[in-house]
Design a protein around this ligand. Structure first.
Ligand SMILES: [Zn+2]
Length: 483
């Protein structure tokens, strides 16, 4: 079953990847089935049976992995219904994860507990949002005989259909290898009934495809990250028109639009999985989101919606790209500043960026570990960086195609009813916090982005940051008033 005639099914996804990667250099997509559409929940038991094929002489053991959130579908409790469905055909247990009164995070302790309680299972049915999906995949990575069937309950993030999970380590979010789910199932009725904000956040997550690939390509042009490949980009390009078409329907919660968004998120996740790196879809906008998450965790504030943060961060990323293009065009002799390469000064910059939220210095050390490695790779790449700058007009066209104009991104977010400005994320993200997250986003991870290049060129001073934020305000103002 496919969601919409406008979007790709799993077979078409495989064919497109094969045509762009004829030598089979990329990791293959380990997903066996993608089931998105009305009534998909009715197909869950059959999907679990197929997943457990080969087990005979005893009942198939299934663990239903969930958190404590109640999920409704047409007036009925989805989790109770699924548990009853599974118990009719299998030996099914109910594994409800909780961290007391706080929201559930993907920590080692939580994954340990889930692994212990799922250790007898043949199949884990991970039903819920991105956190439950990530935990299910991490448990299966530890228990090689266990396969995962993921049931998406909201179109909020893209992390369902890949083989990585986001974990919280020492207060910092990190992406780690896990496993592909065997089946991903999204029931259109359930997803359409998810809180509108969740699905609008999913639209925000999607728009990073309009900026992050440029960061990925830039890192490869400079020889800093050589993983770039056209196949995931081709997959994303095939989604573009469908995403624009569903924006207004997502704002209204129209089932067809939400279903289209669900399918688009699933295919986007596969792009990350076959890219073999999240860099394909995670650049400046994700770093900004991770900065906000990190601060929220340290200050014991609720974590913001990932996709909302990524959507608003995507407008910032687009503006950073626009400033870079304008500056390099106006300064064709621009070169890397030696001050930006000073290791001692960089360490002070990284540690002081996180000192306010974590006076113990633990986060500063964790981030400096990553940043130090990035700086070493930059030093090795200096001749290549210089050569790219000397040939900028030739390189710029490809990068411009991968980072779309900021008003275009802001217009889509406005149409979907998603935040387009960091200042719209809620009272926990005030002007100073938003500025802090943008200013220091390059200091938290090894990933190389446009902000690193701006920093190397001496164009990431407080007044440069003012300019980027002014460009953001302008882009959003021409996109229209908040929905
Ligand atoms: Zn994301």
């Amino acid at each position: 079953m496919t969601a919409s005639p406008d979007l790709l099914g799993l077979d078409e996804v495989r064919a497109l990847i094969a045509s762009e990667d004829p030598e089979g250099r990329l990791p293959s997509c380990g997903l066996s089935q993608l089931i998105v559409g009305p009534g998909a929940l009715d197909l869950l038991v059959a999907a679990v049976s197929r997943t457990a094929e080969g087990i005979s002489g005893r009942p198939v053991r299934v663990a239903l992995l969930v958190d404590q959130t109640t999920i409704q579908r047409q007036g009925l409790n989805v989790k109770s219904r699924v548990l009853a469905d599974l118990q009719r055909d299998f030996e099914a247990t109910h594994v409800v994860l909780s961290e007391g009164h706080s929201e559930l995070h993907v920590t080692d302790a939580v994954v340990d507990e889930a692994a212990r309680r799922c250790s007898d299972a043949d199949v884990i049915v991970a039903l819920g949002g991105g956190t439950i999906s990530d935990i299910g995949k991490l448990v299966a990575a530890r228990l090689p005989s266990v396969r995962v069937v993921t049931v998406m309950t909201a179109a909020s993030v893209d992390g369902y259909t890949d083989d990585v999970s986001v974990t919280l380590k020492d207060g910092v979010k990190r992406t780690v290898p896990s496993v592909w789910p065997h089946v991903v199932l999204a029931d259109a009725e359930t997803v359409a009934e998810a809180p509108a904000r969740m699905n609008q956040a999913g639209y925000g997550e999607m728009v990073s495809m309009y900026v992050a690939p440029a960061d990925w390509r830039l890192a490869s042009m400079l020889g800093i990250d050589t993983s770039f490949h056209r196949a995931p980009i081709a997959l994303l390009e095939a989604l573009g028109g469908a995403l624009d078409a569903c924006a207004a329907g997502v704002a209204l919660g129209e089932p067809a639009a939400v279903q289209g968004l669900t399918q688009a998120l699933a295919i986007r996740g596969i792009a990350t999985g076959v890219a073999g790196t999240t860099a394909c879809l995670s650049g400046v906008e994700h770093l900004i989101s991770h900065m906000l998450d990190l601060r929220a965790a340290e200050l014991h504030l609720p974590t913001g919606l990932h996709g909302e943060q990524v959507g608003a961060g995507s407008v910032v990323a687009a503006c950073a790209w626009e400033m870079l293009h304008d500056r390099v065009s106006a300064n064709p002799d621009a070169t890397v500043s030696t001050a930006a390469l000073d290791r001692g000064a960089a360490e002070i910059r990284v540690r002081s960026a996180f000192a306010d939220i974590d006076p113990t210095g633990r986060i500063g050390s964790e981030c400096w570990n990553d940043y130090e490695r990035k700086l070493a790779r930059v030093v090795d790449a200096l001749p290549r960086i210089d050569s790219v700058l000397r040939n900028w007009p030739n390189q710029a066209a490809e990068l411009r195609a991968l980072a779309r104009p900021s008003p275009f991104i802001a217009t889509g977010l406005r149409a979907a009813g998603a935040p387009a400005l960091l200042g719209e994320l809620g009272s926990d993200v005030d002007t100073n916090t938003a500025r802090w997250a943008v200013e220091n986003c390059a200091l938290m991870r090894e990933r190389f982005t446009v902000v690193d290049l701006l920093t190397l060129l001496g164009w990431w001073t407080p007044s440069d940051l003012d300019e980027v934020l002014e460009r953001v305000d302008h882009a959003v103002s021409v996109a229209g008033v908040p929905a």
